[in-house]
Design a protein around this ligand. Structure first.
Ligand SMILES: Nc1nc2c(ncn2[C@@H]2O[C@H](COP(=O)(O)OP(=O)(O)OP(=O)(O)O)[C@@H](O)[C@H]2O)c(=O)[nH]1
Length: 546
C-alpha cells in the first residue's frame, strides 16, 4: 500500500473495499481493512469500541443510523452550509480521525449535530453549485464536487445495504423484511425515495432495537427470576395463604406472553414473596423451636409422671429423639399424635392398674383389719382360756388363778390348803416305746383318773410336760398324802389301754401343806422338792414336803 495516501483517502478506500468485499462495517473489519490499505498498524479495537460494547447487532444499527443521517443531512438544505462545505467537513473528519473508529464515530456525530442546529432552507450557494477551492488540508487532488457527492452517496448506500444484510445473522426471522429494505436501499436514487427509505429504516431500527433489547431483557429477567426461585422456592412456607397467592400470580405472569413489564411485575411479586416468606420463616423457625422444646418438655414430664411400664418409657425416649430431628410441622404433628395415642393407652392402663391397686389395697386393708380383729379376739379368747387343750386340766394361768383364789380363801377361812406336784415316771420311755401320740393319750388318761379320784373341790392343772399340780382345799398334809396314794392305787386298776394293751402309768409326787402366809411359789417349790425326793428314792411314791 502506498504510504503517500492521505488518511482521508485511506478511510474512503477502506469503506469502498469493505463494500466491495461485502464485509460488514464493524470496527474490527474497519480497523483491519484500514491497516491493510494504509500498511500501518492501527490501534486494535477494544471491547469498548463503539457498538462493540453489547453485541454485533447493536453496532450495525449505530453506524447505519449515522450513515443514514449523513445522507439525509447532506441532502437537507441548511442556511449558511453548502453541500460542498458539508462534504468538505466529512472529508476533513475522515482524514483526521479515520484511524480511530471510536473517535471517527463521535466526530461524524458532532458534524451532524452542527448541521442540524443550523436553520433549514436553501443556501444561496446551493442554488448555484460552484466548485470552490478546497479548504480541506487533505483534499488534494479531489474530483468535482457533484461527482464526489454521487460517488460518496453510492458508497454510503452500499455500506447501508451491507449493514442491513449483516443484521440477518442476528435476526434471521426478519429475513423478508431485511431483504426488501436492502433492495430498496440499493435502488434508491432520488431524494423523495431516499426520504421514504429513511422513514422505513427508522421504523425498522426501532423495531429491531425493541426486539433485540426486549428479548435480552426478558431473558435476563427470566434468568433472574429463575435464580430467585431456585434459591428460595425450597424454603417457601407452604402453609401461608398470602404466599400462595403471590406464587399463583407469579405463575400466571410467567404462563402468559412475556414482555419487560410483566417480567418486572413478576420479579417484584417474587421479591415481595421472598421478603415476606423470610420474615414468616424466622417466626416459624422460632415457633417451631418453641414448639419442639415444649413438646420435648411435655413428653419428658409425661415420662416422669407416668407410673408405667418400661415399654412406655422407651417409647417416650424415642419420641424425644424424633422431635429433635423433626424439621417441619407436619412431622411434629404426626409425632404428637403418636405420643397422644400411646399416652391415652397408657393412661387407660394406668387408670386400670390404679383402680386395681386401689381395690387390692382396700382388700389388703380389710384383710389387715380382719387379722387385727382376729388377733385381738384370739388374745381375748386366750386370756379366757384356763384349760390345757390336750388334757382338759387347768393350764398355768388357770392354776395361778385357782391358787390365788384358794390361798386367799384359806387366809380368810383359816383353813388348811395343800398342793401336790406329781410327775409321771419314765414317761420318756413310754413315748419312745409307744410313740408320742400314745404319750399324749397317757396324759389324757391320767388327768381323767385324777378328776375321777379326787374330790370335786380339788383342782388339777398341767404344770409342765408330764407334771401336774393338784390344789387340795381344806386338806392338811396327811389328807393330801392319802389322796395321792389313793390315786396311785386307782391307776393300777384303771389301766391305760394302748392298742388293747394295758399300760401301767405310775407317778412320783411331793405333797406340801401351805404354811402361814406362804405364797404359791414357795409352796410349789417345797412340793417340787418332795417330788424330786420321791423320784430319787425309787419313783412311784408320794413324799411329804418339809
Ligand atoms: N407325749 C407327750 N410327752 C410329753 C409331753 N410333755 C412332756 N413329755 C415327755 O415327757 C418326757 C419326760 O421325760 P423326763 O423328764 O426324762 O422324765 P421321765 O422319762 O418321766 O423320767 P423320770 O421323771 O425320771 O421318771 C419327755 O420325753 C417329754 O418329751 C406331752 O404333752 N405329751
Amino acid at each position: 500500500m502506498s504510504k503517500t495516501k492521505s488518511p482521508s483517502e485511506i478511510a474512503r478506500e477502506t469503506f469502498t473495499t469493505l463494500a466491495a468485499r461485502k464485509l460488514a462495517p464493524t470496527p474490527e473489519n474497519y480497523v483491519q481493512m484500514y491497516r491493510e490499505i494504509s500498511g500501518e498498524p492501527a490501534p486494535a479495537p477494544s471491547a469498548d469500541d463503539i457498538g462493540a460494547t453489547t453485541s454485533k447487532g447493536k453496532l450495525v444499527p449505530a453506524w447505519a443510523e449515522l450513515i443514514r443521517d449523513l445522507l439525509r443531512q447532506l441532502e437537507t438544505p441548511h442556511k449558511g452550509i453548502t453541500v460542498t462545505r458539508k462534504k468538505d467537513g466529512v472529508d476533513t473528519v475522515l482524514t483526521r480521525f479515520a484511524s480511530d473508529p471510536e473517535v471517527l464515530f463521535g466526530k461524524l456525530q458532532g458534524l451532524l449535530r452542527s448541521w442540524s442546529t443550523a436553520p433549514t432552507g436553501p443556501s444561496a450557494a446551493d442554488l448555484v453549485p460552484a466548485v470552490q477551492p478546497d479548504a480541506s488540508p487533505t483534499a488534494g487532488g479531489a474530483a468535482p464536487a457533484l461527482a464526489d457527492h454521487q460517488e460518496l452517496l453510492g458508497r454510503l448506500r452500499e455500506l447501508l445495504a451491507q449493514s442491513l444484510e449483516s443484521t440477518l445473522t442476528s435476526q434471521p426471522e426478519m429475513n423478508d423484511e431485511i431483504q426488501a429494505l436492502v433492495s430498496l436501499v440499493r435502488s434508491t436514487d432520488n431524494k423523495e425515495r431516499l426520504n421514504d427509505l429513511a422513514k422505513q429504516l427508522r421504523q425498522f431500527w426501532l423495531k429491531l432495537e425493541l426486539r433485540g433489547g426486549d428479548k435480552a431483557k426478558i431473558q435476563e429477567g427470566l434468568v433472574r427470576l429463575l435464580r430467585l426461585l431456585v434459591e428460595n422456592v425450597s424454603e417457601m412456607v407452604e402453609d401461608d395463604k398470602w404466599l400462595h397467592g403471590q406464587i399463583a400470580a407469579l405463575q400466571e405472569i410467567i404462563a402468559n406472553p412475556l414482555d419487560k413489564r410483566s417480567i418486572a411485575d413478576a420479579e417484584r411479586n417474587l421479591r415481595d414473596a421472598i421478603i415476606k416468606q423470610s420474615t414468616l420463616k424466622q417466626s416459624l423457625t422460632d415457633a417451631k423451636a418453641t414448639l419442639k422444646s415444649l413438646m420435648t418438655t411435655f413428653i419428658d414430664r409425661l415420662g416422669e409422671l407416668t407410673e408405667s411400664t418400661g415399654e412406655y418409657h422407651s417409647k417416650i425416649e424415642g419420641y424425644s429423639q424424633k422431635i429433635g430431628k423433626a424439621d417441619n410441622l407436619t412431622e411434629l404433628s404426626h409425632i404428637l399424635k403418636d405420643v397422644m395415642h400411646d399416652t391415652r393407652v397408657i393412661q387407660t392402663s394406668v387408670m386400670r392398674s390404679h383402680e386395681e391397686m386401689l381395690s387390692s389395697k382396700k382388700q389388703a386393708d380389710e384383710a389387715e383389719a380382719r387379722i387385727r380383729a382376729l388377733e385381738q379376739e384370739l388374745e381375748q379368747v386366750s386370756e379366757l382360756v384356763r384349760e390345757d387343750q390336750l388334757t382338759g386340766a387347768l393350764n398355768r394361768r388357770g392354776l395361778d388363778e385357782t391358787l390365788d383364789r384358794e390361798l386367799k380363801r384359806s387366809d380368810r377361812s383359816r383353813t388348811a390348803v395343800s398342793v401336790a406336784l406329781l410327775d409321771i415316771d419314765n414317761f420318756k420311755q413310754l413315748n419312745d416305746t409307744l410313740g408320742h401320740q400314745a404319750g399324749d393319750h397317757a396324759l389324757v388318761h391320767l388327768t381323767k383318773v385324777i378328776k375321777e379320784t379326787l374330790r370335786p373341790a380339788d383342782t388339777v392343772g398341767r404344770y409342765g410336760g408330764e407334771e401336774f399340780l393338784i390344789v387340795l382345799p381344806d386338806t392338811d398334809l396327811q389328807a393330801g398324802i392319802e389322796a395321792l396314794q389313793r390315786l396311785q392305787r386307782d391307776l393300777t386298776k384303771k389301766f391305760f389301754l394302748h392298742n388293747n394293751e394295758r399300760i401301767l402309768v405310775t407317778f412320783s409326787a411331793g405333797v406340801a401343806l401351805r404354811g402361814e402366809n406362804e405364797d404359791a411359789e414357795d409352796l410349789i417349790g417345797r412340793a417340787d422338792k418332795a417330788m424330786y425326793k420321791a423320784k430319787q428314792t425309787g419313783k412311784n411314791r408320794v413324799v411329804a414336803a418339809e
